[in-house]
Ligand binder design. Structure first.
Ligand SMILES: [Zn+2]
Length: 405
């Protein structure tokens, strides 16, 4: 096939709106383990230039992938099953194709808008299943700058400019204010957004800019000296707006405010949560105070010191430590506190007031032996434990006896 024939065989070059066509099989092959065919003409767009392939069917057999063969540029239709017959009726999935046309044409407009507004050139393009991106050779970009380019792009949409595609030779090419140089040789296909943008491109585009619908920048990512701009066009932008509008109205209803008051409402809620956390901490402190006072009131006297011995089944070690600190802030106090139960590990905090001579470290090691573990600390404050949570009370008894000896 000559290169001219190859171009003519790509029906989407001259008519991006062609949804069904007749063709002949000129080659049958296997492509990555699946049956595939090359046709004498096709409306199926192969993955290329940042635009994903079409789907659809040939004689009712689903087309699952369309690729451009590197060796000769032939368009390979990868099929779900064997294709019956060599006379083919092909049909493309129009919803998918039109979506790609909206995103792709929108990209041309947005890329040129970034040049016109900010002299930021597009160095990369990706048309994704959910989101499209362009990479700009400029960073960072402010919100105002992004809005400037976005506004210009949408003005071009509202102007409903015609979009022309044509093949040009070298001489004609030299006269065009191209946005980027062509990456292929031979006759170059130019896509012109009338009076606004001229780009070499083999993709499928809308006839007029109005068909693109709204062009919306959704978010940007700084990537070193470049900026990645995520954008949506047409149906995708509408779907995104619908989803976000629902989300905002739902949140506003939950706060019983208007959507314009949401930020303030969230701010108030965060502040309330912060104050509530502060209050909880103060109340916990108070509670500990009361608990310490009650424990001190019921303390046993041993060798002249007030001794508090307690086993807690399921209290956190942090909590126990605070309690021990609170108790021994008073003079003449020894706190032997343990937590744990059968099936859980044992934990101890042994502490004493600064005015007492007892070695809590030695006492703790002794208690830990009973539960099969260890620990340590300072003479006035030690912490430790062991695996046998069922013997916490027994371990405290051992410590008690030691104090009493
Ligand atoms: Zn294009």
């Amino acid at each position: 096939m000559s290169s001219q024939d190859a171009l003519a065989a790509r029906l989407y070059y001259t008519d991006a709106y062609l949804r069904a066509f007749e063709a002949q099989v000129i080659e049958r092959l296997a492509w990555e383990g699946r049956p595939a065919v090359v046709l004498d003409r096709t409306a199926f767009y192969p993955t290329s230039g940042g635009q994903p392939h079409d789907t659809g069917d040939l004689n009712g057999v689903r087309v699952v992938d369309v690729v451009e063969r590197e060796t000769d540029g032939a368009i390979v239709h990868v099929l779900e099953g064997e294709l019956p017959g060599d006379n083919v009726h092909g049909q493309i999935n129009w919803a998918r194709r039109f979506d790609h046309m909206q995103q792709h044409t929108g990209q041309h407009i947005l890329s040129q808008a970034f040049i016109a507004a900010l002299e930021a050139e597009t160095v990369g393009f990706h048309l994704g299943a959910d989101m499209s991106t362009i990479d700009l050779n400029r960073a960072p970009l402010s919100e105002e700058q992004l809005a400037q380019a976005e506004t210009l792009a949408n003005e071009v949409v509202f102007d409903n400019k015609p979009v022309h595609t044509r093949f040009v030779d070298k001489d004609a090419l030299a006269k065009l204010p191209l946005r980027k140089p062509p990456q292929v040789s031979g006759p170059i296909r130019i896509v012109e957004v009338e009076g606004f943008d001229w780009s070499p491109c083999g993709g499928t585009h809308c006839r007029r800019t109005g068909e693109v619908g709204v062009i919306k920048i959704v978010r940007v990512e700084r990537r070193g000296a470049e900026t990645r701009v995520h954008f949506l066009c047409g149906q995708r932008a509408l779907a995104d707006y619908r989803r976000k509008n629902h989300l905002v109205l739902d949140l506003a209803a939950r706060f019983s405010v208007g959507d314009w008051e949401l930020s303030d409402a969230v701010e108030r809620l965060s502040e309330e949560a912060r104050l509530a956390r502060k209050q909880v901490r103060a109340l916990q402190e108070q509670l500990l105070e009361y608990e310490a006072a009650a424990l001190l009131a019921g303390a046993e006297t041993l060798a002249g010191a007030r001794v508090i011995r307690r086993v807690y089944a399921d209290r956190g070690i942090e909590d126990i430590r605070h309690l021990a600190q609170r108790l021994t802030a008073e003079p003449n106090v020894i706190a032997l506190l343990g937590c744990g139960n059968a099936g859980n590990k044992a934990q101890f905090v042994f502490a004493r007031s600064a005015d007492l001579p007892h070695d809590m470290n030695a006492l703790l090691r002794l208690a830990c032996k009973t539960v099969g573990g260890g620990g340590g600390g300072r003479p006035n404050f030690a912490q430790g434990g062991g695996p046998d949570g069922a013997r916490v009370a027994e371990a405290l008894e051992v410590a008690w006896q030691q104090l009493n000896s």
